[in-house]
Ligand binder design. Structure first.
Ligand code: HEC
Ligand code: HEC
Ligand code: HEC
Ligand code: HEC
Ligand code: HEC
Ligand code: HEC
Ligand code: HEC
Ligand code: HEC
Length: 337
């Protein structure tokens, strides 16, 4: 520390005396003096070099005088990149050390980059031009950098949603993309928003909010007694307790069409579909065909009474009338009860 300070003072003295502002002309016998503290390279020590270039009192401009304006060596003939260069394949998409691959394997953590590249990768110690490839205004922090369609539009949630699991079927069924996403997730305003990137692996799935399809998933039936509380289990990757997947019951006692009940209730299957398992949400999984407690019917017969929803080959003909929280019967539509 002492030695380093003296040399810096000495050097600025030389520059003033000779009237020379070009550090390259400053005579320096490389290796002749131990310029820096012996613990200069030890993280945690009082004189760790990284601490000298961090924060508001950064001495970076002094480093540049000896190590070169771009820190590639200068009169010190010591380049920072000797220790700090990234691996050769850092920008080569096929390489195992491609930056995207390395970052993804590290839980997409960009917080450490800041120390060298600055906040939002601008004005860092080491200049980097991410915008050569990350062309959106937010650069690498654009919403479709880590998930979604990389060349797409980061302001469009359809290009942000990962092409994984049951996303596509949910978006196709419900449409209204903003509301659909918000039904299962909080949408972060920025990468750094609380709850977005965190230490718990996997996405936060929360079906508790007021977005339209989250409300649908909690539709109350059975005269107020059946109150679904949807959950997502990261271990098994399954959903449970959703109205949509069959957590509902209709009471014969309350029905105006009790003649069609074979039991006290007509009810769904309260299924636990797997996010990556389309078969677990196939026709017949959310409710039997027809549902438990319903008088028997062939699949070709449903249309006779539920004709707004289904045709006589068993195909859903109007998605907006199916899984909408309503009974569709004999051309009428009324709330599940
Ligand atoms: C007065 C000129 C001078 C200044 C100012 C200076 N350095 Fe150095 N630095 C050198 C010289 C000469 C060496 C090589 C000799 C040595 O290791 O002591 C060196 C070596 C280093 C090394 C070790 C390199 C290696 O290969 O072991 C690091 C790290 C380093 N400097 C960082 C910095 C940082 C960070 C700053 C600014 C806070 C800085 N230096 C300021 C002259 C300077
Ligand atoms: C001889 C090797 C060496 C050289 C040369 C070197 N450093 Fe370092 N630097 C290190 C080590 C070791 C660390 C600690 C790495 C760690 O904690 O993972 C470090 C950490 C840093 C960090 C903090 C990064 C982080 O992730 O915490 C900064 C900033 C930094 N160095 C700046 C510089 C600058 C500026 C120069 C050139 C003037 C330079 N270093 C030259 C070895 C070096
Ligand atoms: C310890 C300092 C240090 C840290 C931490 C660091 N970098 Fe760098 N980065 C450098 C240096 C030095 C260069 C220039 C030399 C090189 O390309 O290897 C560079 C260059 C790059 C480049 C090439 C830029 C261009 O315009 O060609 C990319 C991309 C990059 N870094 C990404 C990252 C990312 C992402 C992180 C965090 C995961 C990160 N860096 C963390 C020091 C660092
Ligand atoms: C030479 C082109 C190029 C440069 C320069 C570049 N990147 Fe990338 N980067 C890519 C490509 C291509 C991808 C996407 C890979 C994919 O998912 O298809 C990517 C992906 C990423 C990802 C996503 C990783 C994840 O978690 O999935 C991050 C973060 C990232 N880059 C950060 C940076 C930063 C920071 C810089 C500048 C310091 C930078 N990149 C410079 C080409 C580049
Ligand atoms: C640096 C990579 C990266 C960038 C950039 C990024 N995300 Fe994410 N995002 C992730 C990862 C990784 C997860 C999974 C959550 C986890 O691991 O904690 C995630 C999860 C999500 C989720 C699921 C809910 C949650 O929080 O877990 C949504 C929604 C989301 N991101 C939207 C966005 C939006 C909107 C932006 C732009 C403002 C964005 N992401 C930018 C990496 C990124
Ligand atoms: C029906 C609920 C549901 C809807 C609607 C939904 N997601 Fe997801 N999302 C999930 C589940 C479940 C996961 C996987 C969680 C896990 O395994 O960690 C997930 C994971 C994610 C991830 C993290 C991916 C990763 O790599 O870890 C992102 C990002 C994401 N969703 C964004 C979106 C966006 C954007 C939308 C709207 C276009 C959306 N989601 C709509 C349930 C949903
Ligand atoms: C003869 C007419 C009739 C036929 C045929 C029929 N249903 Fe129903 N279905 C009803 C009546 C009546 C109710 C009870 C409505 C109420 O209590 O308000 C009902 C209730 C339901 C319910 C729960 C309430 C709703 O509308 O979502 C489902 C699900 C259902 N039926 C599915 C089917 C399926 C699948 C088939 C064919 C395999 C089928 N039904 C065939 C008359 C019929
Ligand atoms: C993801 C769960 C799910 C799947 C898969 C599913 N249903 Fe349904 N279905 C429901 C729910 C929930 C209802 C209760 C009424 C409502 O909300 O529309 C329902 C109601 C019905 C009704 C009664 C008419 C109505 O709209 O009220 C018929 C008929 C029906 N489904 C047939 C089918 C057929 C045929 C298939 C396969 C092609 C199928 N369902 C697949 C969840 C599902």
């Amino acid at each position: 520390m002492q030695i380093e300070k003296r040399i810096i003072i000495f050097l600025s003295g030389v520059a003033i005396i000779s009237g020379c502002s070009d550090p390259a002309k400053i005579p320096l016998a490389s290796g002749a003096v131990a310029v820096h503290s012996p613990v200069w390279l030890e993280p945690g020590s009082d004189d760790f070099h990284a601490d000298k270039v961090a924060g508001p009192n950064s001495e970076l401009e002094q480093c540049r005088q000896c190590h070169g304006a771009d820190l590639s060596g200068g009169i010190a003939e010591a380049s920072c990149a000797k220790c700090h260069a990234h691996p050769d394949g850092w920008l080569v998409a096929e390489a195992p050390e491609f930056h995207a691959t390395v970052i993804a394997a590290d839980n997409h953590d960009l917080s450490g980059c800041e120390k060298c590249h600055g906040a939002h990768f601008s004005d860092g110690i080491f200049p980097a031009d991410c915008s050569r490839c990350h062309v959106h205004p937010a650069g690498p922090e654009a919403c479709n950098t880590c998930h979604g369609n990389f060349p797409g539009n980061p302001d469009n949630l359809a290009d942000v949603v990962p092409d994984k699991g049951a996303h596509e079927v949910h978006l196709e069924h419900f449409g209204d993309i903003e509301n659909t996403c918000a039904s299962c997730h909080a949408i972060p305003a920025t990468v750094g928003a609380a709850g977005h990137l965190d230490n718990t692996p996997g996405a936060e799935v929360n079906i508790q909010g007021n977005a339209r399809f989250a409300v649908l998933a909690r539709t109350i039936t059975n005269e107020g007694q059946n109150q679904p509380a949807p959950t997502f289990d990261h271990q098994t990757e399954t959903c449970a307790n959703t109205y949509c997947h069959g957590d509902w019951k209709l009471a014969k006692a309350r029905s105006n069409s009790s003649w069609n009940y074979a039991a006290d209730h007509i009810e769904g299957n309260a299924a636990t579909p797997g996010w990556d398992d389309p078969a677990s949400a196939a026709c017949g999984t959310c409710h039997a065909l027809p549902p438990v407690g319903h008088n028997p019917s062939e699949i070709s017969g449903c249309a006779g009474c539920h004709g707004a929803t289904i045709d006589d080959t068993g195909n859903i003909i109007d998605e907006s009338k199916h899984i909408n929280g309503k009974v569709n019967l004999f051309g009428q539509e009324y709330d599940m009860f």
